[in-house]
Design a protein around this ligand. Structure first.
Ligand SMILES: Nc1ncnc2c1ncn2[C@@H]1O[C@H](COP(=O)(O)OP(=O)(O)OP(=O)(O)O)[C@@H](O)[C@H]1O
Length: 339
């Protein structure tokens, strides 16, 4: 059973950073014992054996977060909680002078990112290939490949850098990856059910059994225009690129999030799928929830209208503006914007 738990933990860590499953899976769970989790490594949980389970807390994932915490300990997040702009808007995410290196090579990728997202806002981050957009989003969720070396991230008034990746998820941060991973041996339905219940536990709300959860899930499937067949398939296994992206949005719809980080959610989508996904994201927006989306193309912004667009270059946000910035980019390319 420990092997099962390890695999589920890995799956969880990868997909949405929900907590370790310490109790046996629900009765309908279909978990293939002994499946190599090599394709689903996220937290560099190198050990594939049950024996490794007790050592999980000492993986690089935790070490990285600890290192990040020491950087952020000087942040007076209380003062940031009080930060209200003139319009009375409430900041959800406050990133100040964020610096991060690749853990292994120590190469600095983020060189002082500043960004504030208020409740109910949609922010788009654009920029040339390799400018640091995905790194930024992965640093936000605590990806172990990166180490924060300076600056601060405050989410809902709390120091995000003090939190483990799974706690960031439970706090209401969701990330849709550019290349969603497969999780062999875990069905979509079971995965979503466990992730959903983990969030409910954290919120002190009643969990749903598989039958109750199915009813909840069916309504969400309609939102993303997915067939029920996908529920019985293993997470993302054999899914087309577009199906994976829809599945990511299904996870968002099921789990909910105060801040959804969508990394190139439009890549690989045909026109109909793009509209479905955009419609689903728009349908999930409330005055309290926010979206931070990374994209290369204006076409996504035609469907999900951003409050602000940021241009990232060489690990920094060099320009912020409204949709005219994206239109300028589309017409003239980055030469019209770069310094
Ligand atoms: N884990 C890593 N190991 C080595 N290099 C990395 C790693 N992560 C990021 N980089 C490098 O950091 C730079 C920024 O990468 P990142 O993926 O953040 O760019 P991006 O702006 O999202 O690019 P794209 O638009 O092509 O997706 C790139 O040069 C990339 O090769």
């Amino acid at each position: 059973m420990a092997g099962v738990n390890l695999q589920l933990r890995q799956a969880y860590s990868i997909a949405q950073f929900v907590p370790t499953v310490s109790s046996p899976p629900p009765p309908t769970q279909r978990v293939r014992l002994g499946t190599s989790p090599s394709r689903v490594l996220f937290c560099n949980l190198r050990a594939n054996s049950a024996a490794a389970a007790p050592t999980l807390r000492t993986t690089r994932c935790s070490v990285t977060i600890t290192a990040a915490s020491s950087v952020s300990s000087a942040v007076d997040s209380d003062s940031l909680v009080e930060d209200r702009d003139d319009g009375g808007r409430i900041p959800l995410l406050e990133v100040r002078d964020l610096r991060a290196v690749i853990s292994e090579s120590r190469q600095e990728i983020l060189k002082g990112v500043n960004l504030v997202v208020y409740e109910g806002e949609i922010h788009a981050v654009m920029g040339k290939n390799g400018s640091g957009k995905s790194t930024f989003s992965k640093v936000l969720v605590g990806h172990p490949d990166y180490e924060v070396t300076g600056g601060s991230i405050v989410f809902k008034g709390e120091n995000l850098l003090d939190m483990e990746p799974e706690d960031r998820s439970l706090a209401g941060l969701f990330m849709s990856f550019q290349s969603p991973v497969e999780i062999p041996g875990v069905s979509n339905m079971d995965f979503l059910n466990m992730a959903f219940n983990a969030r409910k536990r954290k919120l002190g709300q009643p969990e749903l059994d598989p039958i109750q959860f199915y009813s909840h899930l069916v309504s969400k499937l309609e939102v993303v225009n997915m067939k029920t067949d996908f529920l019985n398939r293993n997470v993302n296994e054999g899914f087309s690129g577009g199906e994976r992206k829809r599945n990511e949005i299904l996870q968002l719809a099921v789990l909910g999030a105060e801040l959804a980080i969508l990394d190139e959610i439009d890549s690989g989508l045909d026109v109909d799928a793009l509209q479905d996904v955009a419609k689903a994201v728009n349908g999930l927006l409330t005055p309290k929830n926010s979206v931070l989306m990374i994209t290369h193309y204006q076409r996504l912004l035609d469907y999900i209208k951003p409050t602000q667009i940021h241009i990232m270059e060489n690990g920094r946000i060099i320009k912020t503006g409204d949709n005219t910035l994206a239109k300028l980019l589309e017409k003239e390319g980055y030469k019209a914007i770069s310094g």
